[in-house]
Write a protein that binds this ligand. Structure first.
Ligand SMILES: [Zn+2]
Length: 173
């Protein structure tokens, strides 16, 4: 077990541990990543954690549980203000107002990422999918996946995020 995984399991999510999970960016980028304070209080072994970088508007970061490990993904939002119509997030299946869903791309890990090979997904512009699946009452701006309990939505979010993370890690095609 790596030191990073141990630190995550212990619930002490150090800055160093978060940076060491990043799989698809350079060490320099992982080093420069801004990690908001609240991220240190989360449990990314159990829950998808996402945030935008206020000082790098196109940057987004996602910590995805994969088995007992955590995979960190560097994302880039396509420029602009997001999808101009009401749209659904591919990760949490929440239907959001115009501008609140964006197309994000992740460079594939390793050699294929260096060849500018990317994987894309539509996701909540704020990457707050973990919060959005907890919303109990739909509003005109934010409609969670209907007919599911919060825990079912959380499970589905983890599965979809894991599928996305596996694509980023995949070296096939
Ligand atoms: Zn979402």
């Amino acid at each position: 077990m790596s030191q990073a995984t141990t630190a995550l399991d212990a619930g002490h999510l150090t800055d160093e541990a978060i940076r060491s999970t990043m799989t698809n960016c350079t060490r320099g980028e992982a080093h420069r990543m801004r990690v908001p304070d609240w991220v240190h209080g989360t449990d990314p072994v159990r829950e998808v954690v996402g945030w935008r970088d206020p000082k790098a508007p196109e940057r987004g970061w996602l910590l995805v549980p994969l088995g007992e490990a955590v995979v960190g993904l560097a994302l880039r939002a396509t420029p602009g203000k997001g999808v101009r119509a009401t749209a659904m997030c591919d990760l949490c299946r929440t239907t959001r107002s115009p501008g609140e869903v964006s197309l994000f791309v992740a460079a594939r890990a390793g050699e294929s990422g260096r060849k500018l090979n990317t994987v894309g997904t539509y996701a909540c512009t704020d990457l707050a999918c973990a919060d959005n699946v907890r919303v109990l009452r739909a509003t005109p701006r934010l409609k969670p996946d209907p007919g599911l309990s919060v825990s079912q939505r959380q499970e589905a979010l983890r599965e979809r995020a894991a599928t996305f993370a596996r694509k980023v890690l995949s070296t096939a095609d």
